[in-house]
Design a protein around this ligand. Sequence first.
Ligand code: HEC
Length: 138
Amino acid sequence: MRNLVPSLALGGLILFAGAQEMPAQADMSEAGKKALSTAGQVMFDRRCRSCHADDPGKRSYGPSLIGVIGRKAGSLTGYEYSDALKNSGLVWNEALLRAWITDNDGLMPGTRMRHVSITDNSEQDFLLAFLKELSEKE
Ligand code: HEC
């Protein structure tokens, strides 16, 4: 019973976040996609890079985000995750990453990542585009 409430809240968040997936990029030109991802890099530089390198050869305070989309949360070998992240059973997808950057410790109480709150939809789109690019880089 103790675990039921947070998991219901989490389920609701995922459904809610899933309803606002990335706008379809099917019509976007290569130039547009590049612009989106460059904007995402600016966001990443300002909000994430101090703790997350985008170079797998570099050690940083947070885990590498290369290949993060589709990866089981808390699963990089050699990184000491919090129990909350390690045992979450989540697999990172767009909707979850949106929920994470909106309110990471609300989504997952007990995480060691400092509170991040990026609530602007466009800023989320930018970051997601960049995280996608990092995931394709693997
Ligand atoms: C102050 C440092 C810090 C900042 C800033 C930060 N993170 Fe983190 N991040 C961490 C730490 C530490 C962890 C591991 C947390 C844990 O084990 O609970 C983490 C974990 C993550 C994970 C889970 C990775 C996995 O392997 O499961 C994702 C995704 C993530 N961060 C994304 C981001 C994004 C995107 C940003 C920028 C918007 C960001 N983080 C900003 C420190 C940070």
